[in-house]
Design a binder for this molecule. Structure first.
Ligand code: G1P
Ligand code: ZN
Length: 544
């Protein structure tokens, strides 16, 4: 094969965010844009010769085009094998598993997760390392540095690969293996959960369920696992066909975007269990008949009940949550006398703890939960976890949640997002918050005494790396918190996220609506950050 070296000019904006590089498709379509970034990744690896790479994406617009470009570049850069999901599809957790299972050297995952897709929407790419997890910051920063000076990339003149047929093709030294995207992942889940009990509960009608794949990657996975293997009726999975534009919707599993599911779950004849996943299959939203489980509570409930799941019956070595996630899981960890780690936002920070066996479960408030089984958060895994709990506890979702709150208390929680703020205004908000940090401790607002106000800085206990500026925290003496941070995944302007929580021990007060119960702190958050005042907006774009 002929290898060509193409001269290119660097782009200055290829700085990966919370989870890889995400930009508008039109940005990725600029001459050499994708190629520069991919070559920057390859140049940042110690070695590409003879290496094995997993490749797949969530099927969004530009996925197939990008895959063909990457195959040619991988060939030119000396990779020995590419393992690609049929149709160019791999959910993020499945990609993580395949890297691990086949001992690949890494993987490229093409996705902008929960961001919309289509010619005018978003695309993304990230590199995962050989443990199956997102590359650490040290690597993503090296890629960014490289992208700023890159002046050439390599590509090979091989024909486009047929992505739709499973099998192996050889192009001189490069082997291209097209695999079924679901089989390995389904087999993995079968080793974790009690499929026999799940089948019985579903076939007997004890568990009725609804899963919304949101026209994204989990459609084929959910159909195979929930319908074909576990025997749920075919109409239990809705929006199951992956579409390049996700049907024009946000493939983001929350009550606002998974509205079809939300309507059915909050109706008179709602199924026992309902869930949704996002564009690339790593997020999950859990609901039951007339109840929504906040992701922070879901993580805590999973931790508290993990011993009922076959793979975790020996108990958990520890748990971790991202800093803005509520402290509900901390209470479970304290009661079970296991360590609980607090990491910055983004899954990459869990990798070292999982690899070192320090934690078994981890999660984020942003609808992400996962465990040692892969190195990404995993939507369908969380769904099966809950189904397995319902099957063995013989309780409804609402009963499981109530029982948990009674035992541990409730961390009432919400997140307000202000999207697409003009960047200078967003920076002004952050500067304004920062300026107040020294004087906040000791101040009293209503019944809330500020006990600390700082900017979260994380020191990784395994490799000693330090990550600064990971969100502004205002903590109160009674354990309540307000956290502010700017999103690292948005592609338009800046998104301010405000996370608010308050602990309620009294069971009589557990069934309050979160916005009402948190009204004072929500108002205080505005007083501190002035987002409404500075943007002229009257309310957040999304409340979760
Ligand atoms: C968001 C979530 C974060 C998650 C990431 C990738 O990042 O907040 O928890 O890990 O998406 O799914 P953010 O936009 O806040 O930087
Ligand atoms: Zn995702």
């Amino acid at each position: 094969m002929q290898i060509e070296t193409i001269t290119t000019k660097p782009y200055q904006d290829q700085n990966p965010g919370t989870s890889g590089l995400r930009k508008k498709v039109k940005v990725f379509q600029q001459t050499g844009y994708l190629e520069n970034f991919v070559q920057s990744i390859f140049d940042s690896l110690e070695e590409t010769q003879g290496k094995v790479l997993v490749l797949g994406g969530d099927g969004r617009y530009f996925n197939r085009v990008a895959i063909q470009i990457i195959i040619k570049m991988a060939a030119a850069n000396g990779f020995e094998e590419l393992i690609i999901g049929q149709g160019g599809l791999l959910s993020t957790p499945a990609a993580s598993h395949i890297i691990r299972k086949y001992q690949a050297d890494g993987g490229l995952i093409l996705s902008a997760s929960h961001n919309p897709g289509g010619p005018d929407e978003d695309f993304g790419i990230k590199y995962n390392v050989n443990n199956g997890g997102p590359a650490p910051e040290k690597f993503t920063q090296a890629v960014f540095q490289r992208s700023q000076v890159i002046d050439q990339y390599k590509t090979a003149d091989i024909p486009d690969i047929d992505l739709d047929n499973i099998g192996i093709a050889q192009f001189e030294a490069l082997k291209v293996t097209i695999i079924d995207p679901v089989t390995d992942y389904a087999e993995l889940l079968e080793t974790i959960f009690d499929f026999k009990v799940l089948k019985q509960s579903i076939s007997s009608g004890y568990i009725t369920l609804l899963f919304d794949a949101m026209s994204a990657i989990t459609g084929p996975y959910a159909k195979r696992i929930l319908v074909d293997i576990l025997g749920a009726p075919a109409d239990s999975v809705i929006n199951a066909e992956p579409l390049e534009d996700f049907g024009g919707h946000h493939p983001d599993p929350n009550l606002a975007h998974a509205h079809e599911l939300a309507e059915r779950m909050f109706s008179d004849n709602a199924p026992v269990f309902g869930a949704a996943s996002d564009g690339d299959g790593d997020r999950n939203m859990i609901t039951g008949s007339n109840i929504f489980v906040t992701p922070s509570d879901s993580l805590a409930i999973m931790a508290a009940n993990a011993h009922l799941i076959p793979a975790y019956k020996a108990g958990l070595s520890g748990v971790a949550r991202s800093m803005p996630t509520s402290q509900a899981v901390d209470r479970v960890a304290a009661s079970y006398k296991i360590p609980c780690y607090e990491t910055p936002t983004g899954w990459k920070f869990f990798g070292n703890l999982l690899d070192a066996g320090k934690i078994t479960l981890c999660g984020e408030e942003s609808f992400g939960t996962g465990s040692t089984h892969v190195r990404e958060k995993d939507g369908l895994w969380a769904v099966l976890f809950w189904l397995n709990l319902i099957a063995v506890k013989r309780q409804t979702v609402a009963d499981i949640v109530q029982e948990h709150w009674q035992k541990f208390g409730r961390d009432i929680y919400c997140r307000h997002d202000y999207e697409a703020i003009e960047t200078p205004i967003a920076n002004g908000i952050v500067d304004h918050l920062r300026a107040q940090l020294p004087t906040l401790p000791g101040q009293v607002f209503g019944e809330y005494l500020v006990s600390y106000a700082d900017e979260f800085c994380y020191e990784d206990s395994i490799d000693g790396s330090i990550s600064k500026n990971q969100g502004i925290r205002v903590g109160f003496e009674n354990g309540s918190r307000i956290v502010f941070r700017l999103s690292g995944t948005g592609t338009v302007g800046a998104t301010l996220r405000i996370y608010i929580e308050r602990f309620e021990a009294d069971p009589e007060k557990h069934n309050q609506e979160a916005q009402t119960a948190l009204a004072f702190l929500i108002e205080l958050a505005e007083q501190l950050c002035e987002v409404k005042q500075r943007t002229g907006r009257s309310e957040p774009n999304v409340i979760t």
